[in-house]
Ligand binder design. Structure first.
Ligand code: IPM
Ligand code: MG
Length: 355
């Protein structure tokens, strides 16, 4: 039976990088006979310009009916003045909510060939292999908020953080299960010395640990975790955390490998799931054909793994990316003397040629 992939290129470099990933998937399909079909939909600032909304209903419906969504990126300065409810970012937040994508997996693996690109010392980053499991449809991102009100004679705004026990249980379960398939360690990150939501979080995760005797659980405050990621990132296997802390820590972790352009992500829901690079729309280089497609290609590999259960195909993509990098191909974000500087398309061809 054919598998339907909904492709949402979005804004900025989104079109270039999703087109690379689709080319790679087409090559994979020739080899593994999965029977992939593609349907394209708008979201973000591009959708706002066309339809007056960053997330048209047709996009939501198509995504819901798909076997997996491949998402590029949204956002750009030209939409900075748009009212908050219609900003391009609302497209990805809305998709997460509508599709029930409660878990965001962000793996960070520093390949030996890329150790030298890290802003940290090679001996600190060599061997880093961790995954951030971020809660994605709760917490302060989706709590009540007020853009502006008068209070004691001054204008103020507020955002409310809340987490329920079932929300924590659902995401923690996925973190424990993920750890079982890896090195068996979960680090739960919170701010329970200050926040009530974090105390409920820590209590709940601690209680659940009894069901996973084979997994070692420890807890870190988010500020300490931020420091540990820079000091000794190899200590981490699975980092489990809430929406806001996960957003911040995953950008920090992504840079351990030198370029945020290389980092994929999977957002897992009950019915479907969505796959996107974590780097964003990079408006400054949009249309120049120089964006690094690897983050999106590796996101397509995660789509093969998690949405389509095609593990061998996923590994073939990951190996081809490693091989292309090992053979010296570099987009400008990673290029230095002695390597082959290539465009987005050439980098994609280098990967395809190694599948
Ligand atoms: C991310 C992004 C999004 C987030 C933005 C674009 C809303 O930063 O996926 O990490 O904050 O979740
Ligand atoms: Mg982010």
């Amino acid at each position: 039976m054919a598998k339907k992939i909904v492709v949402i290129p979005g804004d900025g470099i989104g079109g270039e990088i999703t087109s690379s990933a689709v080319d790679v998937l087409k090559k994979i399909d020739e080899k593994f006979h999965i029977g992939l079909s593609y349907e394209y939909h708008d979201a973000g600032g591009t959708a706002y310009d066309k339809f007056g909304t960053p997330l048209p209903q047709t996009t939501i419906d198509a995504a819901k009916a798909s076997d997996g969504v491949l998402f590029g990126a949204v956002g750009g300065n030209q939409w900075d003045q748009v009212e908050p409810e219609l900003r391009p970012e609302k497209a990805i937040l809305g998709l997460r909510k509508h599709l029930g994508l409660y878990a965001n997996l962000r793996p960070v693996k520093v390949a030996d060939t890329l150790v030298e690109y890290s802003p940290l010392k090679p001996e600190v980053v060599r061997g880093v292999d961790l995954v951030i499991v971020r809660e994605l449809i709760g917490g302060i991102y989706f709590g009540d908020r007020c853009e502006s009100e008068m209070h004691d004679g001054h204008e103020r705004a507020w955002d409310l953080e809340n987490y329920s026990i079932p929300e924590v249980v659902r995401i923690a379960k996925l973190a424990f299960e993920t750890a079982k398939l890896r090195r068996g360690k979960v680090t739960s990150v919170d701010k329970s010395n200050v926040l009530a939501t974090s105390r409920l979080w820590r209590r709940t995760v601690t209680r659940m640990a009894a069901d996973y005797p084979e997994v070692e659980l420890d807890h870190l405050y988010v500020d300490n975790c931020a420091m540990q990621l820079a000091l000794r990132p190899t200590q981490f296997d699975v980092i489990l955390t809430g929406n806001l802390f996960g957003d911040i820590l995953s950008d920090e972790a992504a840079v351990l490998g030198g370029s945020i352009g290389m980092m994929p992500s999977a957002s897992i829901g009950e019915c479907t799931s969505l796959f996107e690079p974590i780097h964003g729309s990079a408006p400054d280089i949009a249309g120049m054909g120089i964006a690094n497609p690897i983050g999106t290609i590796l996101s397509a590999a995660m789509l093969l793994r998690y949405a389509l259960k095609e593990e061998a195909a996923a590994q073939a993509v990951e190996k081809a990316c490693d091989q292309a990098l090992a053979d010296g191909y570099r987009t400008p974000d990673l290029w230095k003397d002695g390597f082959t500087k290539v465009s987005t398309t050439k980098m994609t061809q280098a990967v395809i040629g190694r599948i």
